[in-house]
Design a protein around this ligand. Structure first.
Ligand SMILES: O=C(O)[C@@H](CO)OP(=O)(O)O
Length: 233
């Protein structure tokens, strides 16, 4: 059995400013760092030992992963978290790649496949101002519909495609081997994964909302079937 922990990054500076963020590389706020520390304690309380971690390329997710894996020694099982930079580029033979002792290390794989949904022309706009300009129904459609793309951006359907491909090819092998996996990512890239794991339809997925810094733990069998799910509120 494998535990898959999905954690939306902690509260960012643009969550605080109520701005569409998408691919803008906004860091965590103080509150976000505190949320990530609390997430680490909650994972530790469940006595989960993480074997491998995946994050997006965006700093708010990477910060969250690092805090989760450094705050409590138990979560990282005494291992040293090490970022592996080459996951999106199999030809990358970095001279700066750290070569240590794999038995003592906990790999963290950052990948663009787990980045937030690209919000196109909405990125940087205040959400309340955007509702005032375009109306609540239009903005809800851009934010939560499965098929509709915000202007110049990705639909959730687009995000689901890249997330699923990555899940099948890079995450699933760890599930087959019974590893515990931490994924620190974003509201919409994680909604994509939850759609798959909870077997949700495009009509059901708009109601899924993830809270910053709250881990969702799935118990999976070696075929990836969901045995149980627990939200660590
Ligand atoms: O702005 C964003 O990138 C996302 C997540 O914060 O917003 P929304 O919840 O509207 O999809």
């Amino acid at each position: 059995m494998s535990k898959l922990i999905l954690t939306r990054h902690g509260y960012s500076l643009w969550n605080a400013a109520n701005k569409f963020t998408g691919w803008v590389d906004v860091p965590l706020s103080e509150r976000g760092r505190a949320e990530a520390m609390i997430a680490a304690c909650k994972i530790d309380d469940e006595q989960i030992k993480v074997d491998v971690c995946f994050t997006s390329l965006l700093i708010r997710a990477i910060e969250t992963a690092i805090i989760c894996l450094t705050e409590c020694e138990g979560v990282r099982n005494g291992k040293i978290p090490i970022i592996q930079h080459d996951i999106d580029d199999p030809d990358w033979h970095g001279w700066n790649k750290y070569e240590g002792n794999p038995a003592e290390e906990l790999p963290i794989f950052p990948t663009s496949a787990l980045d937030e949904r690209y919000y196109g022309e909405l990125q940087g706009l205040n959400k309340a101002d955007t509702i005032a300009k375009f109306g609540a129904a239009q903005v809800k459609e851009w934010r939560r519909s499965y098929y509709t793309r915000p202007p110049g951006g990705e639909s959730l359907e687009d995000t689901v495609k890249r997330v699923f491909i990555f899940y099948e090819s890079r995450i699933f092998p760890y599930i087959e081997h019974g590893n515990n996996i931490l994924i620190a990512a974003h509201g919409n890239s994680l909604r994509s994964l939850i759609m798959k794991l909870d077997n949700l339809t495009p009509e059901e997925v708009p109601s899924v909302e993830l809270i910053t810094g709250i881990p969702v733990v799935y118990n999976l069998d070696e075929k990836g079937n969901v045995l149980s799910k627990k939200i660590l509120t």
